[in-house]
Design a protein around this ligand. Structure first.
Ligand SMILES: O=C(O)CCC(=O)C(=O)O
Ligand SMILES: [Fe+2]
Length: 320
């Protein structure tokens, strides 16, 4: 454990735990500076045993930047729209993976809001109701993954760009999935689970383009900026080459040495740097409940552009 003025840090191979944070000091300039430096150092901060209410969740998040509402209005918390919510009384559609795992709330590898031009800077998640089984969150450190790439791969991808598109039906995802088959659960298997979001909603989010490699604006470290869940293809190469590059890079970033698995305990809060880390949710059996709230830190990288410049990016206010 490393002692800081208002908390202690326990560095893990990937990520670091924050213990004994003095919430009474929130907003204090020294505390904010220390926390921010640790966030940049470790990429993921796991605040253990830190019971917060919604106002404190927002206040702690604001120590790391300006907040924004989630671009998808249907997952904003009705009382506090700066919080997005997962699960609870509105569980996700249940899927059956590999003909055996019946799960809700599984989310394959991604970066938050990677289907927008301005990918968010980070997110802070708090799980208020935990299932008895599953419901873990995984993180991959794409700065460490970049550093470990062979030099010829670093050169090969240095100036490549990829196309990304919002997808909410997991059956349509291809990259970075960790199953070989997927189908919707039947009503007998998971009664009442709701269908995926309608396509007119998706049409409001035209495809975007991002660089494969970014230089982190604060640490200067290079990061593999891919977001497998929303990834369509690499631009300006053949289909075969795009597949070859993405298979290699996605497999590489998912090697165990770059991954932290967070098993949620009561009163945990987890903050990730969305520029450096990608993440995934393992999901849980639909007989259990899980309820989570998350803040989103506004993006500042401005790395993206619309794939089709004539498509106007729909603003959240336009959505009913
Ligand atoms: O449910 C989780 O553990 C993580 C879900 C997720 O991708 C997110 O909150 O951004
Ligand atoms: Fe996410």
């Amino acid at each position: 454990m490393i002692e800081r003025r208002f908390y202690r840090v326990n560095p893990l191979p990937i990520a670091a735990e924050i213990h004994d944070l003095d919430l009474g000091r929130l907003g204090d300039a020294d505390l904010t500076r220390d926390l921010y430096a640790d966030w940049m150092r470790y990429g993921v901060l796991v605040f253990r045993n830190t019971p917060v209410d919604n106002a404190q969740h927002l206040a702690l998040s604001r120590s790391f930047g300006e907040l924004e509402m989630h671009p998808l209005p249907q997952i904003r918390n009705p009382e506090e729209p700066l919080l997005m919510q997962l699960g609870g009384n509105k569980p996700d559609k249940a899927y059956v993976y590999d003909d055996k795992d019946l799960l809700v709330g599984r989310v394959p590898w991604h970066r938050d809001t990677a289907y927008t031009v301005d990918i968010c800077k980070g997110s802070m998640l708090r799980v208020l109701e935990r299932p008895e089984e599953g419901g873990d969150t995984l993180f991959s450190d794409t700065a460490a993954a970049y550093d470990a790439l062979p030099d010829d791969w670093k050169r090969r991808i240095a100036s490549l760009q990829f196309k990304a598109t919002l997808r909410l039906d997991f059956r349509e995802m291809s990259r970075g999935v960790t199953w070989s088959s997927i189908r919707w659960a039947t009503d007998e298997e998971a009664p009442g689970s709701k269908p995926a979001v309608p396509h007119d909603m998706l049409a409001r989010y035209p495809s975007v383009v991002h660089p494969m490699v970014i230089e982190h604006p604060e640490s200067g470290r290079k990061c593999l900026y891919i977001s497998p869940t929303y990834l369509d293809r690499v631009l300006d190469v053949s289909d075969e080459e795009s597949d070859e590059i993405l298979s290699f890079i996605v497999d590489h970033t998912l090697k165990p040495e770059f991954i932290y698995r967070h098993v949620w305990a009561a009163d945990d809060l987890v903050l990730w740097d969305n520029r450096r880390m990608m993440h995934a949710a393992t999901g849980y059996p639909p007989k259990y409940r899980r309820f989570a709230l998350r803040t989103t830190l506004a993006g500042s990288l401005k790395s993206g552009r619309l794939y089709d410049p004539s498509a106007v990016e729909a603003k959240a206010e336009l959505v009913d």
